[in-house]
Design a protein around this ligand. Structure first.
Ligand code: BES
Ligand code: ZN
Length: 631
């Protein structure tokens, strides 16, 4: 029985790989091969509790998006036309929408009635369009709402032009494009976008490198992607090439710094290809967004969106680029089937990121980074264990919850350690072969946790003893960190730990701390490790001696500001306030506001938040509103 099932799966995957290749190579066959790949996708798709779409009844295969972006009204007026594939008894196609104003709907060019079902918080509502088995396209004319959650409209002022960017992952694409908003549904797209004519429009597609004269831009993405990778940015940006396949986009004030900071992007790309096979997306460019961007980076295909807070002047924070680049394989090629399988995207990506960092910058650096994430993970595991131990499993159970809840160190760093443990068990060469094959075999398809278990048991863990040593169940469906968790060790970090302990006890003078010789990772570790017993005077001494608060490295600055709050170093509060008003990166906001609450400074937290909130993206206000609700 099992053998037959596996053979069928292998055959289907094989067919799919062939069909997606022909999509790329032979456009005349596009529709046929699309139909085939979609039919295959339909057969093995897991249930996605975060989408109303029923792709097994009718599925989208290509999007043509025609849009006009209006900064005055903060509205996008658009028509989304989808090519669709229908099953033999199809009666309707279901799309996800949230707070979109649907104006009219056409099926094969003729206007038709439509139905919008009851809505639910964060999930939105199903848009149901009647179709027949012979229907070929549906077209929806709509406009977005000014508060659409995917968007952040950044106002211009005398020094800067306005900016708009989207963040679609996990389930926000439905707030700006009606779509089958499930990672298991892939489609190609083309777009025509009209924007104010002093601004450039960019998408997760083939992009312009110059502004157009009339503000109209056209885009093509001819590799099928899931909706969470749909992306749009509109701003006064310039392009600078940094390598044969790589380049950066940034506003004029940042373009120079960005071109330097990301000047090694081509090396990262070459290293990544050397590890796990050819880059599938032709170009890898990076767009520097306004500081309000709620994440460090987002792996939009062909164009990573990144926070400007990684511009440190010394290329010290490029591991974030390695991470987003790695997603070009883990996530964008092989995609988590549902948000419960998020670790398959992020855990693999952190592992791949570490390997790129090791290949380009050496093991000393990559082990330092691994040690920092290990510490973060241990802290987070203990916090989550107190709230809900099940949330420390790699496989999540997010039904009825916001998929955003799954964005913890578990998917990222427990996922990473899991893969590292397997590497250490089977040997690097064997594991690398396994991963290369995993990516190429499953390119342009989805993977869920059960299928992954079956695949790895068959391909890598056939031997009983190895399987026992690895213990998949303990990692995937067990709480906390299993006994066979790898040991992450960095001599340099250990030296820092010793220094901070000695300094705290008075055995090391501030001026004898080798701050100037340290890399940012060491400085960060030092600040993060300062014990409660250290007085505010001693902290101030550190600042006076090394001008810590004047650092250009935002990771170090963040760690400094956190310590300043904990020890009430009030001299740093003006810097804290400007930081929180300008920077919307949630990874920094949550600990800083939390520290204020924990130390009885909730009035300050509320006062700053009141000023800062209008600058934040919904991803960040969602979390901060909740955090500060009963402060
Ligand atoms: N894809 C994620 C960001 C994301 C995850 C957005 C889930 C929405 C829902 C991206 O690749 C990411 O992981 N970014 C990290 C950076 C990374 C170096 C760990 C971030 O933004 O902090
Ligand atoms: Zn990621």
């Amino acid at each position: 029985m099992k053998f037959t099932f596996i053979s069928i799966c292998t055959l289907l995957i094989g067919l799919l790989v062939i069909s997606s290749c022909s999509t790329n190579l032979d456009n005349s066959n596009e529709n046929k091969s699309d139909a085939r790949s979609q039919a295959i996708l339909n057969m093995k798709r897991a249930t996605d509790h975060h989408s109303y779409s029923k792709p097994e009844e009718a599925v989208v295969t290509h999007l043509e998006w025609d849009a006009k972006v209006d900064f005055e009204t903060r509205t996008v007026y658009a028509t989304a036309t989808y090519s669709i594939n229908t099953s033999e008894d199809a009666k309707k196609i279901l799309l996800d929408i949230r707070e979109l104003d649907i104006l009219s709907v056409r099926v094969d060019g003729s206007e038709t009635s439509f139905d919008i079902g009851d809505g639910q918080a964060f999930i939105g509502a199903p848009l149901s369009i009647p179709v027949t088995p012979s229907s070929k396209s549906v077209s929806i004319t709509y406009n977005t709402q000014p508060g659409a959650d995917a968007f952040l409209w950044v106002e211009g002022n005398e020094n800067s032009n306005p900016f708009l960017f989207t963040q679609s992952q996990a389930i926000l694409a439905r707030t700006w494009i009606p779509c089958q908003d499930s990672p298991g549904v892939r489609f190609t797209y083309s777009a025509k976008v009209e924007v104010p004519n002093n601004l450039m429009a960019l998408m997760s597609a083939v992009n312009p490198t110059e502004k157009s004269t009339d503000g109209v831009y056209t885009f093509v993405m001819d590799q099928p992607i899931p909706s969470y990778l749909l992306a749009l940015a509109v701003g006064d940006v310039e392009f600078r090439s940094v390598g044969e396949h790589t380049g950066v986009y940034a506003t004029p004030d940042l373009i120079e710094a960005a071109a330097y900071e990301f000047g090694e992007m081509e090396d990262l790309l070459v290293a990544a290809e050397g590890l796990y096979g050819k880059y599938a997306w032709e170009r890898y460019d990076l767009l520097v967004l306004p500081a309000a961007f709620p994440f460090g980076g987002m792996e939009n295909p062909r164009l990573t969106f990144a926070t400007p807070t990684i511009i440190a002047g010394d290329r010290s924070l490029v591991s974030l680029v390695a991470h987003e680049l790695a997603h070009s394989w883990s996530g964008n090629l092989v995609t988590n089937s549902t948000w419960d399988d998020f670790w398959l995207n992020e855990g693999f990506t952190v592992y791949f990121e570490q390997r790129i960092m090791e290949a380009v910058y050496g093991r000393d650096i990559s082990e330092m980074l691994a040690t920092l994430s290990y510490r973060g993970l241990v802290d987070e595991v203990s916090e989550i264990m107190d709230l809900n131990p099940d949330d420390t499993h790699l496989r999540l159970h997010l039904k009825g919850r916001n998929p955003d809840d799954g964005m913890t160190a578990i998917a990222y760093d427990k996922g990473y350690l899991f893969l590292r443990m397997i590497e250490e068990t089977v040997g690097r060469e064997t594991f690398d072969d396994f991963l290369s094959t995993y990516f190429s075999k499953h390119a342009f398809t989805v993977m869920d946790t059960d299928n992954f278990i079956e695949y790895i048991e068959r391909e890598l863990l056939a031997d009983e003893q190895t399987r026992k040593a690895v213990n998949l169940t303990a990692w995937i469906d067990g709480a906390g960190l299993p006994d066979n968790c790898p040991n992450v060790y960095s001599e340099r970090i250990e030296k820092v730990d010793n220094a901070v302990a000695k300094w705290a006890e008075g055995g090391l003078n501030t001026s004898d701390i080798p701050w100037g010789e340290w890399l940012y990772q060491e400085r960060y570790r030092f600040l993060k490790s300062i014990p409660e017993s250290v007085t505010v005077e001693k902290l101030d001494d550190l600042n006076v001696t090394f001008n810590v608060s004047g650092t250009g490295n935002n990771e170090v600055l963040f760690a400094w500001l956190e310590q300043s709050i904990l020890k009430q170093h009030t001299d740093s509060y003006p810097r804290l306030e400007t930081f929180l008003i300008n920077v919307g990166r949630r990874k920094f906001l949550t600990p800083l506001y939390s520290a204020m609450l924990e130390t009885g400074q909730s009035q300050m937290a509320k006062d700053i938040y009141k000023k800062a909130r209008p600058n934040y993206h919904s991803v960040s206000t969602g979390t901060m509103d909740e955090l500060l609700a009963d402060a």
